[in-house]
Design a protein around this ligand. Structure first.
Ligand SMILES: Cc1ncc(COP(=O)(O)O)c(C=O)c1O
Length: 340
């Protein structure tokens, strides 16, 4: 078996720009921070998930499926992106979302409703069995004559990994053409591990030779090292990856989950305001805001220093800001709109 890049759909606006964060870098008086604007992959299709979905949904179409089933939290960016892509391709979106009954129509959940996605709400307890629940849904839809394709949480599997495998090639080309100096580190949020796994595999393949640091927004380092290892193994096995597996290059900076997944602390929200105020760029509260907060703390600790060039991947998530309006105004965080 030879190593070939599988066919993909072209849904995202690529390549996404790399932008120097001049004022933030000056303000922090540390390394120069650049941002890969993957929040600009599209509007409805914004964020990192769409890169993964280009490969995953291509497989669904090859299998002649007419329905896409996926799962996540009530405010899931991945679920919303899947529903948008489904509608753009004339497919039926079915979302299995973790949330309490009668949620407020807000954030990504509002967009899911506008897309007329079929939605099944499940409890936190049931969410542990989300894969079985999606199987059951697929069986029920089969009885209605539908052929379903099931996309796991975050599209973080070996097919989804192709999205950031190819993003590594895109970054390599941008470094060559864009006149950026070589980056000393790439930083990104980690929520289900697929983005970092794909980026590591692609970096090795395209000879990017830049350390990749994931900052986890849930769980812990041990969990994500195991999870990313699993995705790398599944990828290598299915596609006969020709390079050394980048397992010793999995680097997770743990310690910035804060109050818990999708729960915000004041210092994280201050970072979102800081970046908006200095750069005119919106980070999200669940992923990129926490990651930027983690990066700033690491800079304060001397982990990244003046003279270094860092590339921060903005993975999107903007619609997660709106359900947090009360917390931005000083109210409590119910955590209802946690994402996935
Ligand atoms: C905006 C955003 N950034 C980052 C991530 C994390 O990516 P991954 O799940 O591939 O680790 C997610 C989803 O989990 C996301 O929605």
């Amino acid at each position: 078996m030879t190593f070939t890049i599988p066919p993909r759909l072209h849904l995202a606006c690529l390549p996404t720009p790399i932008q120097k964060l001049e004022r933030l870098s000056q303000y922090l008086d540390g390394p120069t921070i650049y941002m890969k604007r993957d929040d600009l992959t599209g509007l409805g299709l914004s964020g990192n998930k769409i890169r993964k979905l280009e490969f995953v949904i291509q497989e669904a179409l090859q299998q002649k499926c007419d329905t896409l089933i996926t799962t996540g939290g009530l405010g899931s960016n991945h679920a919303r992106a899947t529903a948008v892509a489904a509608r753009q391709l004339g497919l039926h979106p079915y979302l299995v979302l973790r949330g309490k009954p009668d949620p407020a129509p807000d954030g990504n959940f509002l967009l899911d409703a506008l897309l007329n996605a079929e939605i099944k709400l499940i409890s936190r307890e049931e969410y542990r069995h989300r894969d079985e629940i999606m199987q059951e849904v697929a069986e029920q839809l089969k009885d209605q004559g539908k052929k379903s394709y099931i996309i796991p949480e975050g599209a973080s599997n070996e097919i989804g990994a192709w999205g950031y495998f190819e993003a590594a090639g895109e970054i390599k080309e941008q470094i060559g053409k864009g006149g950026y100096r070589k980056f000393d580190a790439i930083l990104l949020p980690v929520g289900s591990g697929g983005t970092q796994a794909g980026l590591l595999l692609g970096a090795e393949y395209y000879g990017l030779d830049i350390p990749v640091y994931g900052i986890n927004v849930c769980d812990d380092e041990a969990y994500f090292v195991a999870r990313i290892n699993q995705i790398i193994d599944a990828f290598a096995e299915r596609y006969a990856y020709p390079k050394e597996l980048p397992k010793d290059k999995i680097q997770i900076i743990d310690g910035y989950v804060g109050e818990g997944y999708a729960l915000s602390r004041e210092e994280e929200l201050e970072v979102i305001k800081l970046v908006a105020g200095l750069e005119g760029i919106f980070l999200d509260p669940v992923y990129t805001g926490k990651t930027m907060h983690g990066l700033i703390e690491q800079i304060k600790k001397g982990q990244f220093t003046k003279g270094m060039n860092l590339l921060f991947i903005h993975t999107g998530g903007i619609f997660g800001l709106f359900p947090k309006r009360q917390i931005f105004m000083g109210g409590p965080d119910s955590g209802e709109f946690y994402q996935g």
